[in-house]
Structures are given as C-alpha cells and as structure tokens.
Design a protein around this ligand. Structure first.
Ligand code: FDA
Length: 308
C-alpha cells in the first residue's frame, strides 16, 4: 500500500516544491546519487572502474515541455560522451524519451535520440533507452526499433510487470535487440501490470529465461541484461543459465548506484559482468520517490537526514 502512496505522491507538484527546497531531502537523496553534476557521476564511474564495474550514466529529468529543454538535454549527453572518452571511462549513457522532448513532438525526440546514438556509435560507446510509464511503452518501442535498425550499439529497458511484455520481448528478440530486463518502477493499473511481488518475480523469471534461451540459440544476439537487486531471483536466473550450458559471461547484471554495492563487488569478483547505473542532476524528485517506493524502509534515511 505504501508503494502506491509513494508513487502517487511522486506526481504531487506541492510535495515536489516543498521537498526539493529542504536540505534534509538533498542529504537523503545522496544515498542514491553521487551528486548533481556530470563530474560527480564521472568521478563515481572512475571509482567503480577501479573495482572492475562498468557504469551507465543518466541525467535526471523527465516530461520536458519545451523544445529548447530537450535540445539542451541532447547537447548535455553529447558533451557527456566526449567526457567519458577523454577520461577513458567505461560509462554508457541512458536516456528517458520524455526528457528528449517526446511530449513536445515525437519527431523531435526521434531526431535528438538519433543524434546521441550516432555519436555514441562513432565513439564506440552505447546508448540505452529507459522505459517510462505505460502511456509511453508503444512509442518507446517504436522509436527504439527505428534506432536499432541504424545503430546496433543501443539497448532498451523492458518492464516485467507489464502483461504485454512477453509479446514485446519476442518482437525485440526478432530484431536482435539489446534488452535490459527490469521489474518496473511506475504506478500501473492491474489490467496492465501485475501487482504483487510474487507475480512480478515470476513474470521476470519467465522473460529472463526466454532471453537466455535466445542467447543460447544465437550467440550474436543483443546483450542480455538483468537489471535487478533481487539476488534470490538473480540466482534462479543464474541457475537456469548454468543448467542450460549458458556461460555467466553471456549476460550482465546492472544495479543502481547505492543499492546492494556489496553484491555488485561480490558478483564482479565471481566473474560476472556488472554495471552500476549512476543518476545525477537536480531533477531528482520523481525518481527519488520511485526509489522510496521500491523499498519504503528507505524512508528511515529521510527521517535520519531530518534528525542529522
Ligand atoms: P525488488 O524491488 O524486489 O528488490 C529486491 C531487493 O533489492 C530489495 O529487497 C532490497 O533489498 C533491494 N532494493 C531494491 N530497490 C531498492 C531501493 N530503492 N532501495 C534500497 N534497496 C532496494 N524501471 C523502469 O520502470 N524503467 C527503467 O528503465 C528502469 N531502469 C532500471 C535500470 C537498472 C539498472 C535497474 C537496476 C533498475 C531499473 N528500473 C527501471 C527500476 C526497476 O524497475 C525496479 O523498480 C527496481 O530495480 C527494484 O526492483 P528489483 O528488481 O531490485 O527488485
């Protein structure tokens, strides 16, 4: 129930206004992000690199309403790509399409996405597309498919909680897509998405095993990513892979900065390919509310930050 309340609260302009001005809130947010600037993310990426962990970097922000804002975001990512290269980092950018102007115009978004993907491709980097609320699933997949037909070095997130995802996965596999499988972080109605953890976990496992089978059938298929901190579920996936003769290096596990860092370090030592997704920026309110909703006991950090 608390998850629903927190996700609903993420849409409250009043709360956003009040929370973002509070010092304790920015202190609490630091658990999940190294800072507000690109440099903070790159410094953190350099630190992860020393431990053999790659990164994905994303500037926070969603649902921009002005063309100029979207163009600014595009310029930011082009700059980020150059910085990653000049610092010799293994950091791949990930974008939200509503941050690239999807609500302003689909054509604008497609054009900006293409610009970033082209640069990432030229630099030997990669571009990830996040998946947002279900109102955007169709258009995100449509834009990703168009992108993937031009640039192989692109991937998209797929949300296991959506009832439609098995069909979407088949379509993605048929074009050799790179898929980052996640459980899903938004508030969705029961006719669209599974609600309970057990149902979502089973849906995740079914999709994960389908991805692994596709990898086994075609070693040249896209990268297969399991974006989760659920170690019990990940171990089931690993067991399926090893039972079916699929090497641990055939897939990757991605986690969020600040969550289960010990497991990230342990898995990389065990030989898995691990990436940490680092978010940065000032537009952290909605994103932070989703992190609280994933684990409501995170509210204690907020309380401790108020006290601290
Ligand atoms: P689950 O929520 O069951 O958590 C398992 C365990 O992990 C918890 O018991 C807890 O110990 C720990 N944990 C999980 N979340 C935590 C948190 N916030 N704070 C502290 N501990 C936590 N979603 C989406 O809709 N679109 C997207 O594009 C992405 N992209 C994405 C990329 C990557 C790399 C990751 C890891 C996640 C996403 N997500 C996402 C978020 C995803 O949908 C999901 O909400 C979270 O990963 C939480 O689900 P878990 O799989 O971790 O399992």
């Amino acid at each position: 129930m608390l998850r629903g309340v927190l996700l609903k609260a993420s849409g409250s302009p009043w709360l956003k206004d009040h929370l973002m001005r509070r010092r304790f809130a920015s202190r609490a947010v630091r658990k999940f992000m190294p800072g507000e600037h690109l440099e903070d993310a790159l410094d953190a990426a350099a630190n992860f690199r020393q431990h053999g962990i790659g990164t994905v970097i994303t500037q926070l922000g969603e649902n921009v309403t002005q063309r100029s804002q979207a163009e600014g975001v595009c310029q930011h990512y082009l700059h980020a790509l150059e910085e990653v290269r000049s610092r010799g980092l293994d950091a791949e950018p990930s974008v939200k399409l509503t941050q690239l102007g999807l609500d302003v115009s689909q054509d604008l978004c497609a054009q900006l996405l293409d610009t970033i993907a082209a640069r990432a491709d030229a630099l030997g980097n990669y571009l990830w597309v996040d998946m947002e609320g279900s109102a955007y699933t169709d258009v995100t997949l449509e834009l990703y498919r168009a992108l993937r037909s031009k640039y192989r070095r692109t991937g998209v997130a797929l949300q296991a909680y959506l009832r439609r995802s098995p069909n979407d996965l088949e379509q993605l596999l048929s074009i050799g897509a790179t898929v980052r499988l996640v459980k899903g972080a938004y508030r969705e109605p029961a006719d669209i998405a599974f609600q309970g953890k057990q149902h979502v976990d089973e849906a995740y496992y079914a999709l994960a095993t389908r991805m692994l089978r596709a990898k086994k059938d075609d070693a040249n298929s896209g990268r297969m990513i399991f974006g989760t901190h659920d170690m019990r579920l990940f171990e089931r996936v690993v067991k399926f892979a090893s039972d079916n003769g699929i090497a641990g290096t055939a897939y990757e596990v991605h986690m969020l900065y600040g969550i289960r860092t010990n497991d990230q370090l342990r898995l990389v030592k065990e030989g898995y390919k691990v990436r940490a997704l680092i978010s940065y920026g000032t537009a952290w309110f909605q994103w932070y509310m989703r992190r609280l909703a994933e684990k409501p006991s995170n509210l204690w950090f907020v309380v401790r930050s108020i006290v601290g």
